[in-house]
Ligand binder design. Structure first.
Ligand code: AMP
Length: 469
């Protein structure tokens, strides 16, 4: 077999476009956010659900809408060796509705409340805050039409953000109405855009025939202008939908949630009815724009692109999805938060607990074969005593291990030399003063605990590329 050049290898063994590795600080922040979000969701009665990453492709094809970008362009769909047509899940709602119907959850006390967290896949144009593999934390309330469920979902989503320190949250809100009033509005919309047909971009001319609602969230300047005076869905709501929307707004008022009505908010998937919403974190002086998947490739200077706020989450009602999947009437509402977009905000605005960043306070140094062999056992004793520890067991010299200890900023080094390993003792070195004491190992744990008690957090580690040895 021909040998690959270094450059070729680099290309071949690189993560694929739109996917990435998550580790270190980002991983810890993500775990922490998910843990806090679960805590809030659980309090409000949401139970966990995990659905498979692979589903039958038809599940998404029939539910999200055959003419949506998610289905037409973004779904990772393929045939298995057995000839089955499957897709990597692009979103979480359709699988959960499938699970609800498949497991007869309509016989459970209604509504059924779920939270879920996991990876989703869309073959989109990767750009700021947009990945082909991304992580969502979602909520679903299945089996109720009551507007309080819409209020609950939005409220809990906002609380999950506030819980981690993102206080300044604004909800963009709209109502698309039910089948009846939506049809009237759609007709008016088509008539309006026919008159303005020439002003629309190429994609929107196609949308006018296939999916006219989506013209409203096109970000092309010409389409935005054309949409300014377009008929607004809220003006066409039937009495029932109007009342429903009014009650949703009242629930948000009562919960003290800031919102604005956004007549252009139609969202990317066909299954939405009535309430739709998106959630933004507002920095002073910046304003939010609706963020939908068909608008990803659009224009704008680099500066204006950077300033644009990205939706941290979105969702809405999907009262007809149950009929499409299982011929069952299951009114429902849900939402998903984009965790990849939340993490960078946490670094700047989050209320990150100290324990998450807890750096090691002691460095374990070992010298010689006997000491190295005893190390694993002794370090476990320190772990049980909850002493945050670092080590570099593969290093042999005292100098190089102490250099790492000093870079890490630990308060103490626990040094196990050949003699100490035989005597069951250990040397505790104060990294500031250089003073050393030899103690029996069993006593050293209590000694370290008492010394560390008043110390607080060590200084942040020095980051350097310098070789240690
Ligand atoms: P959606 O499933 O389209 O309703 O999206 C809900 C939220 O998930 C959005 O508001 C984003 O925060 C996030 N999201 C959606 N698509 C992506 C993506 N490709 N990359 C990163 N986050 C995404």
């Amino acid at each position: 077999m021909a040998r690959l050049s270094r450059t070729k290898k680099k290309e071949l063994y690189h993560s694929i476009k739109g996917a990435r590795d998550i580790f270190g600080d980002e991983y810890r922040l993500r775990e922490w956010f998910i843990e806090r979000a679960k805590h809030v969701a659980t309090f409000y009665g949401f139970g966990p659900i995990a659905t498979p990453h692979l589903e039958r492709a038809e599940l998404f094809g029939t539910t999200l809408g055959g003419t949506t970008d998610v289905v037409q362009k973004q779904m990772y769909a393929f045939r298995t060796r057995g000839g089955e047509s499957v897709a990597l899940r692009p979103e979480g709602t359709a699988p959960i509705m499938r699970a609800y119907i498949e497991h007869g959850m309509h016989t459970w006390p209604q509504p059924v409340l779920f939270w879920y967290a996991g990876n989703f896949f869309r073959h989109e144009n990767p750009q700021r805050g947009r990945w082909r593999e991304f992580y969502q934390f979602g909520l679903e309330v299945l089996g109720t039409e009551d507007p309080v469920a819409d209020g609950l979902v939005i409220h809990v989503a906002v609380l999950m953000l506030r819980e981690v320190g993102l206080q300044n949250v604004l909800v963009h809100l709209n109502s698309l109405g039910c089948k009846e009033c939506r049809a009237v509005w759609r007709k008016e919309l088509v008539a309006y855009f026919r008159k303005h047909g020439n002003a629309l971009c190429k994609d929107c001319k196609r949308r006018l025939k296939e999916n006219p609602l989506r013209i409203l969230d096109c970000k092309e300047e010409r389409c935005r202008e054309a949409s300014t005076n377009a008929p607004q869905s809220v003006s066409y709501l039937c009495a029932h939908c109007k009342q429903h929307f009014r009650e949703v707004l009242e629930h948000l008022d009562d919960a003290g949630i800031a919102y604005v009505l956004d007549h252009l908010l139609v969202r990317g998937l066909d299954y939405y009815s009535r309430t739709t919403f998106e959630i933004f974190f507002e920095k002073p002086g910046e304003s939010a724009e609706s963020d939908n998947s068909e608008t990803k490739t659009e224009v704008g200077t680099e500066e204006s692109e950077k300033k644009k706020l990205l939706a941290l989450g979105g969702g809405g009602r999907y009262d007809y999805l149950g009929e499409v999947i299982g011929s069952r009437n299951v009114p429902a509402v849900g939402m998903a938060l984009g965790v990849d977009r939340i993490i960078p905000l946490l670094r700047e605005h989050g209320k990150i607990p100290k324990s998450l960043q807890e750096p090691p306070k002691v460095f374990f140094v070992q010298l010689g074969t006997t000491a190295k062999r005893k190390s694993l056992h002794l370090m476990e004793e320190l772990r049980k005593a909850k002493i945050p520890l670092a080590q570099s067991l593969s290093k042999d010299s005292l100098k190089s291990q102490l250099r790492i200890a000093s870079r890490l900023g630990v308060f103490y080094a626990a040094i196990l030399g050949q003699k100490e390993a035989l005597d069951d003792t250990i040397i505790i070195r104060d990294m500031d003063s250089g003073a050393q004491e030899t103690l029996p190992f069993v006593k050293s744990i209590e000694y370290l605990k008492s010394k560390l008690r008043g110390k607080g957090q060590p200084r942040p580690p020095e980051i350097t590329d310098e070789e240690d040895e």
